[in-house]
Design a protein around this ligand. Structure first.
Ligand SMILES: NC(=O)c1ccc[n+]([C@@H]2O[C@H](COP(=O)([O-])OP(=O)(O)OC[C@H]3O[C@@H](n4cnc5c(N)ncnc54)[C@H](OP(=O)(O)O)[C@@H]3O)[C@@H](O)[C@H]2O)c1
Length: 295
């Protein structure tokens, strides 16, 4: 299938690798052109603009930082929707507020094209292996059209409602995860004086009710950060975690609710950003907090 990916950041690039490995004819575009070089070397075509990308493919995937990036890519000069896109399918996978996806779906439909939003759970490793969890929002026929491609990227695709429903689900899923990073940091602070080997400590946690599913996936990385060792490149950075938390808090405010635990976690993570951790992986957060105990 002729597939385009507009936005080859961490997740976009990982998904591009996955789709190329399955034999799709891939075209890419990214605001910062250097980030398309590796994909081009692996055989992807690089389009001159988002509009040129949309013109040459059947399906366009986007996974971008935030609503501003969606605005720029879809509606900016030479944007994805600036040409004739009638009959094309757009799959929008960024973590943003539901209203952003609802508004985008209307604009895409007005151009005679279809939009399915499908934010994902899982990071770059699962994206390269086709093991993400997709939260799809959109009409039944549109989601059915997107499903074969989504199932090549995801171990599980749940159609949770109309446009915006996927974004809502994704924000909800990330909330306990982020609060957990902070809770784990606080728990590890309590353990600092035990002077246990970090791998052993995380192994003990992971076999108890003090674990969350993420320990199974990222426990080694948390232990490496605790040991001060190289934990590898960031897959989801602390800046992006703060963006997600702010988005959840805004969404709750619009619903007339509050998220005190998420607000407290955001305050702690903003402290980590001020301490230079903005581009570090989210798995560095527990060790960052635990170190306050002087360990
Ligand atoms: N990383 C993860 O583990 C993970 C997992 C699930 C969901 N997500 C979500 O997926 C999305 C992308 O995350 P990521 O980690 O792949 O981020 P990333 O590596 O920072 O990539 C962000 C992408 O958005 C583009 N972008 C940002 N602002 C733009 C603008 N104004 N105009 C045009 N393009 C713009 C970037 O282009 P440039 O390269 O030019 O900056 C880049 O292609 C986020 O919504 C995140 O919350 C991430």
């Amino acid at each position: 299938m002729k597939v385009g990916i507009a936005g080859t950041g961490r997740m976009g690039s990982a998904m591009a690798q996955r789709l190329m490995s399955l034999g799709h004819e891939l075209s890419v575009w990214n605001r910062t052109p250097e980030k398309t070089r590796e994909l081009a070397a692996a055989g992807a075509a690089v389009a001159a603009s988002p509009a040129a990308l949309a013109e040459k493919v059947e399906v366009v995937l986007t996974i971008l930082t935030d609503d501003k990036a969606i605005e720029a890519l879809y509606h900016g000069p030479g944007g994805l929707l600036s040409g004739n896109v009638a009959g094309k399918l757009f799959i929008e996978m960024s973590t943003v507020r539901p209203e952003v996806e609802v508004a985008l779906a209307k604009k895409v439909e007005a151009k005679g094209a279809a939009l399915v939003e499908c934010p994902v759970g899982g990071t770059t490793g699962p994206a390269r292996e086709g093991k993400l969890f997709g939260f799809a929002g959109g009409g039944d026929s549109e989601v059915a059209k997107a499903r074969p491609l989504l199932e090549q990227l995801c171990r599980r695709v749940e159609h949770v409602g109309s446009a915006g429903a996927g974004a809502r689900m994704k924000l909800a899923i990330n909330l306990p995860l982020y609060v957990y990073w902070q809770a784990l940091g606080e728990a590890l602070l309590l353990c600092q004086s035990l002077k246990l080997d970090p791998e052993r400590l995380i192994n003990i946690f992971s076999d108890t009710s003090g674990a969350s599913n993420v320990i199974k996936m990222r426990g080694a990385s948390v232990a490496a950060h605790l040991a001060g060792a190289n934990a590898g490149p960031a897959t989801m950075n602390v800046d992006m975690v703060c963006k997600d938390l702010r988005t959840m808090i805004e969404e709750a405010r619009a619903l007339g609710g509050t998220l005190p635990a998420a607000q407290a976690a955001l305050k702690c993570f903003e402290g980590a950003v001020a301490g230079g951790l903005a581009q570090h992986d989210q798995s560095s957060l527990p060790a960052h907090w635990a170190r306050q105990a002087g360990g």
